[in-house]
Structures are given as structure tokens and as C-alpha cells.
Design a protein around this ligand. Sequence first.
Ligand code: PXL
Length: 285
Amino acid sequence: MRTPRVLAIHDISGVGRCSLTVALPVLSAAGIECSVLPTAVLSTHTGEFEGYTFRDLTEDIMPIAQHWADLGLHFDAIYTGYLGSFEQVELVKQVIGKLRSDNTLIIVDPVMADEGKLYPGFSEDYPAQMRTLCALADVIVPNLTEAALLLDCKYDANPDAERVGALLRALCVNTGATASVLTGVSLESATNMGAAGSNPDGGFTYTAGQMVPGMYHGSGDLFSSALVAGLMNGRSLEDAVALAVHFTSTSIKRTFAAGTETRYGLLFEAGLAQFGMQFQHSADK
Ligand code: PXL
């Protein structure tokens, strides 16, 4: 059995459990080789921290990708997340063009905003630039804020099922992505929170976990990384959304119960072995 290889293109924030410090352990636990292209090195993520350092690695992006192209490496998926700048989005599009082959799955998490606001450091024209990266994707994974920015429509924090369906369809039509997954969606009842994934027939599927009060940094990255883990293990989009909701939701509950500062991220480590177990190949059991 060949180990699938995923290229994760994100920043690495040393502390705070997001981007590559989440993608690496989650994909490895799921039996996937996670190659990394770090776009920047930060001391912490940019949410709720002040005085963080930021080392931009823009100049290294193309030489790194070129080396891999020269080595003739094959990537089964390319998974992008937080990108430091407008220019980096452009470069990542070129990297995808250089390294993708016919059967490389492209997953774009258009990390740029939450709770109705762009993250610090992103300009108003960044969403339009991110839309051009989404056009290359098989699957995009925006939260509700990012969806509104990609569609240039009003942010609705609590859309009903009809609106969620319309957003998912519009995300595919307007960006050119093949499928879309919307995170931070609460349907069914005010006490649940989950994600919805588009169906090729225009409908969608929805999975939810228990709603926990508070805003949890890195939950989008944990969700997307788990989604990629599911897809690379041959799960359908619906099943991958469900397992990613489950893993994220249990991690949020554990973090809430521990009462740790949410800016330090989700306590996902204690659930990682169990998460990986669902993907164990019968030969390894
Ligand atoms: O979790 C997304 C993320 C990733 N990387 C950096 C961030 C954020 C969100 O704030 O600041 C550097």
C-alpha cells in the first residue's frame, strides 16, 4: 500500500496550534505523508496576540517548488491555508500549476477572516485575489465570513438551510471550485454547530456537533486538515465532512472542559490516536 503524499502550503506559527502545527500531526496520524511548504514563520498566530514576529518566506516559495519539480515528485493532493500576502496567492497558483498532475486533488481553505472581519494584515482586495486561487480547487472550505467575502455578499452569521444551499451552489459557480464545504453552520437547533458540504446534484449534506460557547482559534485549520485526511483515505466528501466535524467538535469540547486560553488553540492531541485509528489499513491492525 503506497502512502499518499499531501503538500500542505501554510505558514508555521510556532505557538497557537494552527496552520502547519495542526496539518502535520493530523495528516501523519491519518497515515498520510505531509510535505510542507511554509510560507512564513511566526512566533504565534495573529489572532489575540500582540508583538508576534513574522518572517516572510515569499522568496523561497518558487525555488522550493522548482526543486521538487526537478525531483519529479508526485503529490496526491495540494492543501493550501493561510497565505501571508497578495503576492503569495499568486505564487501558490504557480506552484499548483508546476506540481499538480492529472490526479492531484486541490483543496483550498481560503483563510482570511472570521466573525464578519478580515484578519489583521489583509487588505480589502485580498478576497478577490483569494477567489482566483479557489478557481483551481476541487474543494474549497470557507467559513461563513470567508464565503460572504468570496461572493461579495452580506455576511449572515446564522443562515437557514435554504440560504446555506444557495451559498454552497454560488461558491462553486462564482469561484469555479468543483465542490464547497461551509464551516461554522448551525442548522437543526441553536445548540449545534457543524459544516455543510455541496453535492453534485445541487443539494448538500450537513453534520453537526454540540455547540460550545466561545471562539476557538485554529478550529478551521483542524477541520480542514481532518477533511483532507478523510478525502485522502478514500472517504466521500459527505463522510469526510462528518469525520472532520466529529474530530473538531470533540477537540472543542475537551478545550472548553480544560478551561485553557482559547488563543493557544484546540487540545486535539489527546484525540489524535483515536482519530488515526479509523484509517488503519487491515494489514496493520
Ligand atoms: O488559523 C488560521 C491562521 C493561520 N495562520 C495565521 C493566523 C491564522 C488566524 O488568525 O493568524 C498566522
